[in-house]
Design a protein around this ligand. Structure first.
Ligand code: ADP
Ligand code: NI
Length: 224
């Protein structure tokens, strides 16, 4: 396929995904996909990965997610259908390889991205889970799922299997300990690791401030 024709196919796919994800309020909306695409293609360009595969996988990564499908197979079928309809079917296999093991499945469950392209997309998705935007998404998700913001009596759990992680109903602050603070050290590419430093610090500072305000240590002892 010639380059301009191919670009048109990506734009058509992008428009379909944008429509599909328009009404999401759980932190997995179109703009999350848009940011992941930007991050993933940046990382891919620095890491010499296949840009097209990475872009397609980034655009499609949440279409296949277990949270939005009755099962994993249904998600992959939808991804395949979207690629076929847009005449991009020859990318089905490398794209599915990228998104198959993308999701975080618990603190004690190892990640296993199989290709350089898969590592670029997973890193990009995880960078959007930390930093200021990561914090905003986490509270959006918590509110959407009716979780308390914080409960000092409920301690974080380091999940050792996906079933346990999937069924958790912990308060939102616990998610920082159960996932977000662990992400920096689970990134694969040097490019993503560099971007993560600042975003990780933002999480640490936010948690510190949150606890200081909760415990009153930012005003107790201030004097008159
Ligand atoms: P992945 O992108 O690895 O599949 P998820 O889609 O489960 O991860 O999570 C993406 C984002 O959704 C998280 O980074 C977080 O912002 C939010 N999220 C997911 N699970 C929870 C939770 N239990 N509590 C609060 N936020 C959550
Ligand atoms: Ni995502």
């Amino acid at each position: 396929m010639k380059e301009p024709v191919f670009r048109e196919a990506v734009v058509r796919l992008e428009n379909t995904i944008r429509r599909l994800q328009m009404n999401d309020y759980s932190g997995h909306d179109w703009w999350h996909t848009w940011r992941v695409r930007n991050l993933a293609t940046y990382i891919a360009s620095k890491e010499n990965a296949d840009l097209l595969v990475v872009e397609l996988a980034a655009l499609l990564h949440d279409v296949a997610d277990w949270k939005f499908n009755p099962d994993e197979r249904a998600g992959f079928e939808q991804v395949k259908g979207l690629l076929v309809v847009n005449k991009l079917e020859k990318y089905t296999r490398p794209v599915i390889t990228c998104i198959r093991h993308l999701s975080f499945k618990g603190a004690g469950v190892p990640d296993q991205p199989e290709t350089l392209e898969a590592r670029c997309v997973q890193d990009a998705d995880r960078l959007d889970a930390i930093g200021a935007i990561g914090i905003a998404r986490t509270f959006a998700f918590g509110g959407y799922h009716h979780r308390p913001m914080f409960d000092p009596e409920t301690k974080p759990i380091m999940h050792t299997d996906f079933e346990q992680y999937k069924n958790t109903v912990s308060p939102t602050i616990n998610h920082f300990h159960e996932k977000l603070l662990l992400l920096r050290d689970r990134l694969h590419t040097p490019t993503a690791r560099r971007i993560a430093e600042n975003r990780h610090q933002c999480l640490e500072e936010f948690l510190q401030r949150f606890m200081n305000e909760w415990n009153g240590s930012d005003f107790l002892g201030m004097g008159e």
